[in-house]
Design a protein around this ligand. Structure first.
Ligand SMILES: Cc1cc2nc3c(=O)[nH]c(=O)nc-3n(C[C@H](O)[C@H](O)[C@H](O)COP(=O)(O)OP(=O)(O)OC[C@H]3O[C@@H](n4cnc5c(N)ncnc54)[C@H](O)[C@@H]3O)c2cc1C
Length: 466
């Protein structure tokens, strides 16, 4: 890979918006939100739309979108991580209502963008989960079975054979793909900045460079004092460990991205992705990518966990993490040989022990929070922002009756992760088993019985995570 400084494409051409006159901090307010990522901003947005009379303040330790919201892969998914597990247990009528809410995320974000004049390069082209080789094709078949059991029809998720896939995406070794229309791609930081302007326009005071040190007793502790609030909303996701109250409930794990220089129309003819669908392969390594609005190829993959679940925002662009992703991208797309990589960056996401997102309201302590998106928070945060607004306003709506709501729960009701060093060892052991399975599944010379044994072991590891 060429030498390059660590830099995030999204924020390169779009510096954080500054305010000429920063708002004064009010000692008292109705709602104090900690963190100006999507969760914090969507919550503020829906609260003020429903109850304009409320005083709402947002406290952000850096600038809005500094965290995962300003540096993600730009997949806007109409769904929640782990949803199949609970969808399949719902009675049919309720399940249809829930599925409509999940799929409706993309249209809701589009509607807000239209209403608020937010141009975030949103393209509603669906998502292609390509199967690279027979092992991934078998996994696709199993997954489609789970999707059907959870009520998703052919129009929601379908199998594309090799030719049908090639007409949309040419990825080396792909034998087909699962396609879903319930996904869009966008420019994450443009969405943050648009939401920031929208909430400011609604009268929300956003205090940037203002870290919160702790919460409790209806107060936020700031470096220079405290703020009393009727409701406190920690919206920190991967950075939850910065507040001691979360102690081990949301773990930070890392994900890293590389981006090419803009490609020519002829290069895109060789790759596809007309209409800018999101894409991934079906390896266990969790890859993701998109064709950006300025015609670059963005490619990311999950990886990295720091002892104690410490959050991480700085990465060495010359490090093996990025080299590995660039190599993987070129394995998927040999068409990119000789193409320059211009940006490389990473960030932290939040993993809940239950592996599915939550929204909870603790009326006794005056705390409402949501998160645990497991790396799929661009769309989920919109749904959770709406849910939290209804929960705090005491509204009985279709949102507050959903399986992700922990009615009157407490932070303590969120399942804790295992203590260290078990967490660290477990994470790295599981990832190593996934990497081995992915590598063997791409090696035809390895005996089938060995491949199947490793795959079964990796399945068992995946089972342990639930
Ligand atoms: C590299 C990467 C790629 C990803 N790709 C995708 C994708 O393509 N699609 C998808 O759906 N999801 C993706 N995700 C996940 C998604 O970006 C997140 O789930 C989502 O942005 C979380 O939003 P949030 O507002 O909850 O948290 P964040 O955006 O992390 O916001 C938390 C904010 O809190 C601030 N903060 C931290 N501590 C304090 C404190 N003590 N006081 C005040 N403020 C504080 C931080 O500075 C930060 O701005 C990706 C994540 C990463 C890291």
């Amino acid at each position: 890979m060429n030498t390059l400084p660590e830099s995030c494409l999204w924020r390169d051409a779009l510096p954080p918006a500054t305010q000429d006159v920063p708002p004064a901090i009010a000692d008292d307010c109705d709602v104090a939100i900690v963190g100006a990522g999507y969760t914090g901003l969507w919550t503020a947005y829906y609260l003020k739309r429903l109850a304009p009379q409320l005083s709402v303040q947002v406290f952000e330790s850096a600038h809005a979108g500094f965290g995962a919201s300003g540096r993600n892969g730009g997949w806007l998914i109409g769904g929640l991580a782990g949803q199949e597990g609970w969808l399949s247990g719902l009675v049919p009528d309720v399940r249809e209502e829930t599925r409509a809410l999940l799929y409706g995320i993309v249209d809701e974000v589009k509607a807000v963008c239209a209403r608020e004049g937010i141009d975030c390069d949103l393209a509603h082209g669906g998502v292609l989960y390509a199967a690279r080789g027979d092992a991934q094709a078998r996994r696709a078949a199993l997954w489609l079975g789970e999707l059907r059991a959870a009520g998703h029809g052919e129009a929601d998720f379908c199998w594309l054979d090799r030719d049908a896939l090639a007409a949309r995406l040419q990825m080396a070794g792909a034998v087909g793909a699962v396609f879903s229309p319930h996904c869009a791609t966008l420019h994450p930081f443009k969405l943050v900045q648009g939401l920031l302007a929208a909430v400011r326009g609604l009268g929300v005071a956003v205090h940037e460079h203002c870290p919160v040190l702790g919460l409790g007793g209806g107060r936020l502790r700031l470096p220079d004092g405290a703020v009393r609030a009727h409701w406190i909303v920690p919206a920190l996701e991967g950075a939850s460990g910065t507040l001691p109250e979360f102690g081990g409930r949301l773990q930070a794990a890392q994900s890293l991205i590389v981006v090419t220089e803009p490609l020519s129309p002829a290069q895109w003819d060789e790759i596809g992705l007309a209409g800018r669908p999101a894409f991934a392969d079906l390896s266990r390594g969790i890859t993701y990518g998109q064709r950006t609005a300025d015609n670059r190829l963005l490619f990311g993959a999950r990886g990295g966990y720091r002892f104690g679940g410490r959050v991480r925002w700085d990465f060495d662009p010359q490090g093996a993490d990025f080299t590995g992703r660039a190599e993987l991208m070129r394995t998927f797309f040999p068409q990119l040989s000789g193409v320059r990589i211009t940006h490389a960056w990473g960030g932290s996401l939040g993993l809940p022990r239950a592996f599915t997102p939550f929204a909870l309201r603790d009326s006794v302590r005056g705390v409402a929070c949501a998160g645990g998106y497991g790396g799929e928070g661009v769309g989920a945060s919109n749904l959770m922002g709406r849910t939290l607004a209804d929960l705090m306003l005491g509204r009985d709506t279709v949102l507050t009756r959903q399986p992700w709501v922990r009615g009157d729960g407490t932070l303590a009701s969120l399942r804790r992760w295992e203590p260290e060093p078990l967490r660290y060892l477990g994470y790295h052991f599981i990832r190593a088993s996934f990497a081995l399975d992915d590598a063997l599944s791409q090696s035809p010379r390895v005996p089938g019985c060995l491949r199947r044994a490793v795959s079964a072991a990796a399945d068992a590891m995946e089972g342990l995570m639930h």
